[in-house]
Structures are given as C-alpha cells and as structure tokens.
Design a protein around this ligand. Structure first.
Ligand SMILES: Cc1cc2nc3c(=O)[nH]c(=O)nc-3n(C[C@H](O)[C@H](O)[C@H](O)COP(=O)(O)O)c2cc1C
Length: 375
C-alpha cells in the first residue's frame, strides 16, 4: 500500500469518516447493565472489525484501559491491551485503519516506536497511534508512576512523540537528550510503511491538549457536551494548526441508537441509561478528571455524566435510521471530519447502522458507496 492510498481512506474521500470505538473493553462505551454489551472475547473483536471493514468504516479505535471503574458493572475491567489488539486485527482485515490507544506514561518511546512500526508492516500501512497523555491516576500507579499535574503530562507527551517520530524517520544512529527521555545511540529499523510516519491521533480537548494536537497530531479526537462547543474546538485547533502550517483532521464521538420508530429508540435509550445505567461507575469515571483541567466542563457536568453513561461522553444520536442520518449530517456541520461510533450491542448496532444509516449518508453526499473488492 502506498502512502497516498492509505491517507485517502482515512484523511480523504468521504466527507464524514467513521470509526468504531471501544470494542476492546468490557461493556464497550455504555456504562450500563443492559444486555448485549461488549464481553471482551477475541472472536467478538475479530467479527466486529471485519464487519466494520466490510461496511467501509475507516477506523477501529480502542480505549486505553488497565482496570475497571467499580460500580455494579466494574465498567471496562476486562480490557485488551491495544497495540497487540491492533496487531491481531491488522492481520485479519483489508482496508480499515487499526489504532492503538497509548497512555504516554505506560510505555517507553523506543518500544512504542518499534511496536507501531511493526504493526504498520503487519497492516501494510493501516496503523494509527492514538495518544492519551494519561488521566486516571490509579491506572498510572499500577506502573509504579505518579500521575503528573495535567499540563506537565503534555510536556512529557511532547518529548515522547518527538522521539518516536525521530525513530520513525531518522536514518542511522542519533542521540536524543530531552528533559524526560534520554536515548543515546537511538536507532530503529525497519522504518514504518507509511511515509513520513504512521497516523498520529491525540485524544484531548483542554488548552494543552489542543495545542499538542495542533503541533503533533494528524487527527484530534475530541469530546464535548454539545455542538456549539464542538464547533469552538474545531475552529481553535484548526487555527492553531494553520499558524504552524499543519493540517489536523478532527473527530468527535457519537453514541448511536436506531429504532423502528422514534418512540422505540427513545424508550430503549431511557432503558439502558436511566433504568440500567451504572451511575456509580460513571461518577467514578468522571471523578478525577473533572477537577484537574481535563476534558469535562464544570458547567456541563450533569449533562456529561449522562453522556458518559450513554457512550463514554459521546453525544447520543437517537431515532429512526432517517433521524440518525440527519443528526449525523448536523454533527458533521459543526466542523468534524470524522466520528467514532458506539452502541450498547455492537453486533446488532453495527449491522443495522451499515444496512440502514450508511446508505442514507451516501445519499446525503457524505460518504461514497463501498466498492466490494473481494471478488
Ligand atoms: C475523545 C477522547 C478519548 C479518550 N480516550 C481515553 C482512553 O482511551 N483512555 C484514557 O485513559 N483516557 C482517555 N481520554 C482521556 C485523556 O487521557 C484525558 O482527558 C487527558 O487529560 C487528555 O485530555 P484533555 O486534554 O482534555 O485533558 C480520552 C479523552 C478524549 C477527549
């Protein structure tokens, strides 16, 4: 695969790109005890990645997780490690881009660069690195590391990705001497398949997160409680990237419920969120992040707590297939280039979305029909 063919699928062609988020963690993105959530079983990951690939969906994006959030579900307590998860799926798929989501403080950059290059070869240029600076202190503690203050995490992340990019692109041996990382005699071969390097995504919306994305990422993955804030973030990140003569694609998050009727869809949403939602786990999840300048907005916390239960803080899109397609068109008009999607039951949800909603997005001119190349 050439650089341009890979970049066409995820950075070009379709006006609204799509990804599947959270297949590698128990309960997926829905903090609920409703039936049918992700179990974390390899055959499940494999089937979902292959189904998404067949539907022409551009990306599989995992969650970086090491333990659960307590509550009745112990939400996300079962979790596949994301580099090895991406490597396995790379071998089993054709076109879709596989991301690893990596907490900066959990992996040395020399090892991360090497793993990314290896998966880029396994996938023939379909790998992406999604960087999370770190956030849940009790997970970072499992590695014997203390969580740094919010903006310091991004200072470490800057050096981390600079060294990784150098290892991906610089020929021969070089010395890297940073404040946080020293790498005398740095060397990495083979180089990744993608040139100049694999896709880099960064997930974060704080001021430090936005400027990190503008400087270092090809894609910025955001969460926000409403379309107005999504638009503001898109404008800000793009103007910061413009000033650096860089281009950054922006992706948001949507939680999808499609019903036969609007009433059915809303009823199901109320069932899994209000009746079966694990609000204790959701409160644990939002707990540390709300107070340290992270992704959650003090004045929208109630709304964001509900969005966490609905889909890891995604904006819920609930209705008939036609209504969900209209909402996706509206979401796209905020300025996002792509959206990750989640469902309570991914198998049924993805099937229905592919057969009923994607054709409507094609009609709306946001996506091109999928060409079956398997024959
Ligand atoms: C869209 C999005 C996805 C994220 N995914 C993860 C994740 O998979 N694992 C994790 O520990 N943190 C994740 N985070 C949280 C970040 O690690 C945390 O918010 C960090 O502080 C960076 O975001 P900020 O710049 O908004 O503060 C995610 C954040 C966003 C915005």
């Amino acid at each position: 695969m050439t650089e341009s063919s890979n970049r066409l699928s995820i950075l070009g062609e379709n006006a609204l790109k799509l990804g599947v988020f959270g297949v590698n963690v128990s309960h997926g993105c829905a903090v609920t005890d409703a039936e049918g959530t992700i179990e974390v079983d390899w055959s499940e990951s494999l089937a979902l990645a292959r189904a998404a690939d067949r539907a022409g969906i551009e990306a599989m994006v995992p969650v970086a997780r090491w333990k659960g959030f307590g509550g009745a579900t112990n939400f996300n307590h079962r979790c596949f490690e994301t580099y090895t998860w991406a490597a396995g799926l790379a071998q089993a798929t054709e076109n879709i881009v596989l991301f690893a989501t990596s907490h900066v403080p959990t992996i040395n950059p020399v090892l991360a660069a090497k793993q990314c290059a290896t998966i880029d070869h396994i996938s023939n240029g379909r790998f992406g690195l999604n960087i999370v600076a770190g956030w849940n202190a009790s997970e970072i503690a499992m590695f014997g590391n203390e969580q740094l203050p919010h903006d310091d995490r991004y200072a470490v992340a800057e050096e981390w990705i600079e060294l990784i990019k150098a290892l991906w692109t610089r020929e021969g041996t070089f010395d890297f001497t940073g404040k946080y990382f020293q790498c005398p005699g740095a060397y990495a071969e083979p180089k990744p398949v993608q040139k100049p390097h694999p896709l880099v995504m960064s997930a974060g919306v704080s001021p430090a997160g936005r400027s990190f994305a503008a400087k270092h990422a090809d894609l910025n993955f955001l969460l926000a409680p409403n379309y107005e804030i999504v638009s503001d973030i898109c404008r800000d990140v793009r103007s910061q990237a413009d000033a650096l003569e860089r281009e950054v694609s922006i992706w948001g998050m949507a939680a999808i419920v499609v019903g036969d009727t609007e009433e059915d869809a809303k009823k199901y949403f109320d069932y899994y969120v209000d009746e079966k939602g694990d609000w204790e786990a959701a409160r644990n999840l939002i707990g540390g992040a709300a107070t340290d300048g992270g992704s959650f907005h003090e004045d929208h916390l109630d709304e964001q707590l509900r969005q966490i239960v609905a889909g890891y803080a995604a904006i819920p899109l609930v209705g008939t297939a036609e209504q969900v397609a209209e909402k996706l068109v509206e979401f796209h008009s905020t300025g996002v280039d792509g959206l990750t999607l989640s469902w309570v039951d991914y198998t049924q949800g993805l099937k229905r979305f592919s057969s009923e909603v994607i054709p409507l997005l094609e009609q709306a001119g946001l996506r091109r029909p999928v060409v079956d190349t398997s024959a």
